[in-house]
Design a protein. Structure first.
Length: 293
């Protein structure tokens, strides 16, 4: 399918019911980039969440052209972060890399950079110190993001990922760090896979909205049994244990009207043809999310 055909289909197939739906690139991790864009357009879906690996593959300007030619928006860029290193040289390198990520986000016309802040540094195993280093780094990066018209979405991850991926485990922790930055560019993303279990989730979502820091909403399900790589246990909405109507009502009641991004890491989903996976996602979104959004 040519780029011109993709663009034409975007005009004819775009559906109001799916305009807020975004497909995250990593949901289609093994699908070639152009095929992913075509599958998105074919379902009338409005936007895509991209990864920095896509920029490495085709270049920033070329990636922006492909998305624009398809008639799509970029809902987010993933990912920045990994700010927990204890060594000064490593911290400086991480800050430089995050500034580049902010520039890339702006170059794609995306509103927000998703921040996976990093796990415990095995050099000191100091989780409290790691969180303090993240807070300091976000405060340094937020003014630069604000200048570039980009927001930083701190993403709390499920506690089982605290060792290697994120010392932020709850939305309240992420908000504490965002507020400490002293910049309106620092906020949070609510990812159902990571926060569905939190007994204080509704309060925290409202807190994020009240402070103007609710920048993103990502959905996928919590599947059992966990995969050998637990990160790959994310599933299609409705296949697992998450109550999407309830959480989506919390998001709506807080006043969020932005994109709703489906981000699934799952070997079976990656093995599914892109058109079929996009169809399933659109149907589950219309059944379990859209009516409550």
């Amino acid at each position: 399918m040519s780029t011109q055909t993709v663009s034409a289909q975007s005009t004819s197939a775009q559906s109001g019911s799916l305009e807020r739906l975004a497909l995250n690139r990593w949901t289609f991790r093994t699908t070639p980039l152009q095929e992913f864009l075509e599958a998105t357009v074919s379902r009338g879906i409005g936007s895509v969440g991209l990864w920095r690996q896509d920029i490495e593959e085709v270049g920033l300007e070329a990636l922006r052209r492909r998305v624009d030619d398809a008639g799509l928006r970029v809902s987010s860029l993933c990912r920045g972060g990994f700010l927990t290193a204890s060594a000064e040289a490593d911290r400086a390198a991480a800050l430089d890399d995050n500034r580049r990520a902010i520039d890339e986000t702006a170059g794609l016309g995306a509103p927000t950079l998703v921040m996976v802040v990093g796990g415990v540094d095995r050099a000191d195993k100091d989780i409290v110190g790691a969180r303090a280093r993240v807070t300091e780094a976000v405060a340094q990066l937020a003014p630069y993001a604000e200048e570039r018209g980009v927001t930083l979405c701190l993403e709390p991850l499920h506690p089982m990922f605290a060792a290697d991926r994120a010392v932020l485990s709850t939305l309240d922790q992420a908000l504490d760090m965002a507020e400490a930055a002293g910049s309106p560019a620092a906020g949070v993303v609510v990812d159902t896979y990571h926060v569905w279990w939190d007994p204080y989730l509704e309060r925290a979502i409202q807190r994020a909205a009240d402070s103007g820091r609710l920048f993103g909403y990502q959905v996928c399900d919590w599947n059992l049994p966990l995969a050998a790589e637990p990160l790959h246990s994310r599933g299609y909405m409705g296949d697992g244990f998450i109550d999407f109507p309830s959480i989506t009502r919390m998001i709506k009641d807080a006043g969020y009207t932005g994109d709703i991004e489906v981000e699934i890491f799952n070997e079976d989903v990656w093995a599914t043809p892109a058109e079929e996976s996009a169809r399933i996602i659109a149907e589950r979104y219309e059944q379990l999310v859209l009516p409550y959004a």
